[in-house]
Design a protein around this ligand. Structure first.
Ligand SMILES: Cc1cc2nc3c(=O)[nH]c(=O)nc-3n(C[C@H](O)[C@H](O)[C@H](O)COP(=O)(O)OP(=O)(O)OC[C@H]3O[C@@H](n4cnc5c(N)ncnc54)[C@H](O)[C@@H]3O)c2cc1C
Length: 293
C-alpha cells in the first residue's frame, strides 16, 4: 500500500497489522510517531484542527483494532524510548518496551520487574493498565509519572493516582515513569526471569499472536481462565480465532483471524460462562472504538 506523508512524521492510511500483538489488519486514517513532546503536541493539534480522534498506542498488546479502517490519528510512542538509571531505579520514557527494559535492568543489577517477562508491552501501556502478573503489578514499583493532562505537563505521585486491578493512570498522556527497583545480584535476577518464563511457557501460548488475558478475573476467587475452561471453551474456534488450548483466557490468532471472529468468541465466552456459572465476565482487552469514545 502506498503511504502518503502529511508532514515529516504524520502519515496517511497506515496498516496497523505489525503494531498490534493480535496481528489484526486495520488501516489507520492517520498515523504518527512523534520523536518528542513538541511533535506529540503538533500531532494532537493536527487532529484537533480537523476534528479527528486520537488513539495513543504503546505496544498494541491490549487493543483490538477493527477490520475496517480506523477513523483516527494513531499516535505511537515508539520513538519515546530513552531511559535513565538512578541510584534506586529508573526513569523511563513511555514508549520503552518492557522486554528491552527488563534486559537493561537485569544487566545493571536492578530487580523487581521479572514478572513482566514475555509481555510485549510498553511502560506507558503498563501504567495505563496497571499491568500485573504472578501476584505483582507495575504500581508496586511506580513512584511518579510525568504526564500531559489537558495540554498541561504534570508530575504526579503514586499516592495521587487511584489505581486498582488492571486500572492504572487513565486521565491523560503518559510521557515518562519513575520506577523504584531493588538492587539485586545479576545472576539471581536472571535466574528469576528464567523461572518465571518457564512457568509462563507451560501455561500460556506465548508463541502465537494474542493479547494476553481477554477477561479480568472475577471477584469470586476463581480465575476467568478456569471458568472458560469449565464452560468447555478451550480450543473453541470462530474463523481464525481460538480460545487457546493451553490457557482458555487467551484468544489466539491462528493465522487469519479477523476482529469480528475475536469479538464473536468473546461474546460466546461471556454467554457460556454466564449460563453455566451466573458470573458476568468483564473484558480486559480494549476495543479501539471504545478507546476513541
Ligand atoms: C503475550 C502477552 C502476555 C500478556 N500478559 C499480561 C499479563 O501477564 N498481565 C497483564 O496485565 N497484561 C498482559 N498482557 C496484556 C498487555 O500486555 C497489557 O495490558 C499492557 O499493559 C498493554 O501495554 P501496551 O503498551 O501494549 O499498551 P497498548 O495495548 O498499546 O494500549 C493499552 C491502553 O493504554 C493506552 N496507552 C498506551 N500508551 C499510552 C501512553 N503513553 N499514554 C496514555 N495512554 C497510553 C492505549 O491508548 C490503550 O488505552 C499480555 C499481552 C500479551 C500479548
Amino acid at each position: 500500500m502506498k503511504v502518503s506523508m502529511v508532514n515529516n512524521f504524520i502519515k496517511e492510511k497506515v496498516s496497523l497489522k505489525d503494531k498490534n500483538s493480535l496481528r489484526i489488519e486495520s488501516i489507520a486514517r492517520f498515523y504518527a510517531e512523534p520523536r518528542d513532546v513538541d511533535e506529540l503536541m503538533e500531532a494532537i493539534y493536527f487532529a484537533d484542527k480537523r476534528g479527528i480522534k486520537v488513539l495513543f498506542l504503546g505496544g498494541g498488546s491490549n487493543i483490538l483494532f477493527p477490520d475496517s479502517n480506523l477513523d483516527a490519528l494513531v499516535v505511537s510512542f515508539s520513538q519515546f524510548r530513552n531511559f535513565m538509571l538512578t541510584y534506586d531505579g529508573v526513569i523511563t520514557d513511555a514508549g520503552v518496551k518492557l522486554p528491552f527494559l527488563l534486559k537493561k535492568l537485569s544487566d545493571k543489577g536492578f530487580g523487581g520487574l521479572e514478572f513482566t517477562v514475555g509481555i510485549p508491552a510498553t511502560i506507558g501501556g503498563a501504567v495505563r493498565m496497571n499491568l500485573g502478573s504472578m501476584g505483582k503489578e507495575i504500581f508496586d514499583f511506580v513512584q511518579e509519572i510525568f504526564v500531559i493532562e489537558e495540554g498541561i505537563f504534570k508530575r504526579i505521585k503514586k499516592e495521587d493516582i487511584k489505581y486498582g486491578y488492571r486500572k492504572g493512570y487513565t486521565k491523560g498522556i503518559i510521557i515518562s515513569v519513575y520506577l523504584k527497583l531493588e538492587r539485586m545480584d545479576k545472576i539471581e535476577i536472571k535466574r528469576r526471569i528464567k523461572k518465571v518464563l518457564y512457568k509462563k511457557r507451560k501455561v500460556q501460548p506465548l508463541n502465537m499472536p494474542s493479547a494476553g488475558c481477554v477477561f479480568k478475573n472475577p471477584k469470586i476467587g476463581v480465575s476467568a481462565g478456569r471458568l472458560l475452561d469449565e464452560a468447555g471453551l478451550k480450543g473453541y474456534t470462530v474463523g481464525g480465532a481460538m480460545f487457546s488450548t493451553l490457557h482458555a483466557n487467551f484468544i489466539v490468532n491462528k493465522g487469519n483471524a479477523t476482529s469480528r471472529d475475536i469479538k464473536e468468541l468473546i461474546n460466546i465466552g461471556i454467554e457460556r460462562v454466564y449460563k453455566k456459572f451466573r458470573v458476568i465476565l468483564e473484558r480486559e482487552l480494549l476495543y479501539a472504538e471504545e478507546i476513541l469514545k
